[in-house]
Design a protein around this ligand. Structure first.
Ligand code: XIL
Length: 304
């Protein structure tokens, strides 16, 4: 295989990238996107502040541009994301009652998933609902504060009804180390959901790695443990700080870990060339800012 998408397809997986609508007019960007990738995730365009900036008023223009581009080229689309504390318009946290927050959350899920029904292979239904550090506690978002622990389950039940054919994922960062308290908390939630029949199909490991947060030595074991609960695992926002052969080695380890687990069904990198990374400084992606393939690219291609 000579592209990431073809190589991943040899084992039935997709290889995706986060895409920004405002780059779809750039020929180099689109050339590499169309050549290499078989899945896209809108980087910001499906978030709450983009799709429902004021209550009940929905805007799908930029997300539709990405979806149309992907569909016309036969790429899969990951939906990102429905319920998240960040990039959340102020009107949600300003709602007067718990019932308002509940109906706003469910309406948002219904409207956004309904708009894209049948077009999205996996949705990040809830994103980043747990605290960092050793507590294993829920993050104190507006949803948690107003609705309590049950909001995550409610979001997944609403999502299943809104698009029964989409895989429903819980997505987070710093849940890559099997032994971390945050990972254990997410693991316990997923196990509980599976035991009680709450609809969940996948766990998304964002997998943003750097010197402070390196690829854990038990990364493959962690994927195996989530998969053993009866959910797929997707690596959803991969980027790894560094350069040269050290960065390439880390990317290789991530790809090898995913390929070793049959329920690890796809990998998405969080951007295409380094200069469009959300990491303002650094070079965490597979292509340099001239769209040249980096050593990390070659390592990924060889490992797939
Ligand atoms: C980031 C985008 O890449 C940036 O463009 C934006 O300014 C902030 O959000 N976790 C997530 C993603 O789930 O949505 C975030 O994306 C990166 C961290």
């Amino acid at each position: 295989a000579s592209t990431l998408g073809e190589a991943a397809a040899q084992t039935g997986r997709y290889f995706g990238a986060a895409v920004a609508a405002n780059h779809l007019g750039e020929s180099q960007y689109v050339t590499v996107l169309d050549r290499e990738f078989t899945s896209v995730t809108p980087e910001n365009e499906m978030k709450w502040d983009a799709t429902e900036p004021s209550r009940g008023s929905f805007n799908f223009g930029n997300a539709d541009r990405i979806v149309n581009h992907a569909q016309s080229r036969g790429m899969k689309i990951r939906g990102h994301t429905l319920v998240w504390h960040s990039q959340l318009p102020g009107w949600v946290s300003g709602l007067p009652s718990a019932n308002d927050v509940r109906s706003a959350m469910n309406n948002h899920i219904n409207q956004v998933m309904g708009h894209y029904r049948g077009k999205i292979h996996s949705w990040d239904v809830v994103n980043e609902a747990f605290e960092d550090g050793g507590s294993g506690a829920r993050r104190q978002s507006v949803f948690q504060q107003r609705l309590g622990d049950g909001y995550i389950e409610e979001a997944f039940r609403t999502a299943r009804a809104a698009d029964p054919n989409a895989k429903l994922c819980y997505n987070d960062y710093n849940i890559d180390d099997a032994n971390a308290a945050k990972t254990r908390a997410v693991y316990n939630m997923v196990r509980d959901f599976k035991a009680r029949g709450v609809p969940i199909d996948c766990v998304g490991l964002q997998s943003h790695f750097n010197a402070q947060s390196p690829v854990p030595s038990n990364y493959q074991q962690n994927i195996e443990q989530f998969a053993a609960l009866g959910v797929d695992v997707q690596i959803t926002e991969l980027d790894i700080e560094g350069s040269g052969s050290a960065q390439a080695d880390n990317y290789r380890r991530v790809v090898q870990a995913c390929l070793a687990v049959s329920r690890c069904t796809g990998i998405t990198v969080w951007g295409i060339p380094d200069h469009y990374s959300w990491r303002a400084s650094g070079t965490p992606l597979l292509f340099d800012s001239n769209y040249n393939k980096k050593p990390a690219y070659n390592a990924v291609l060889a490992a797939l």
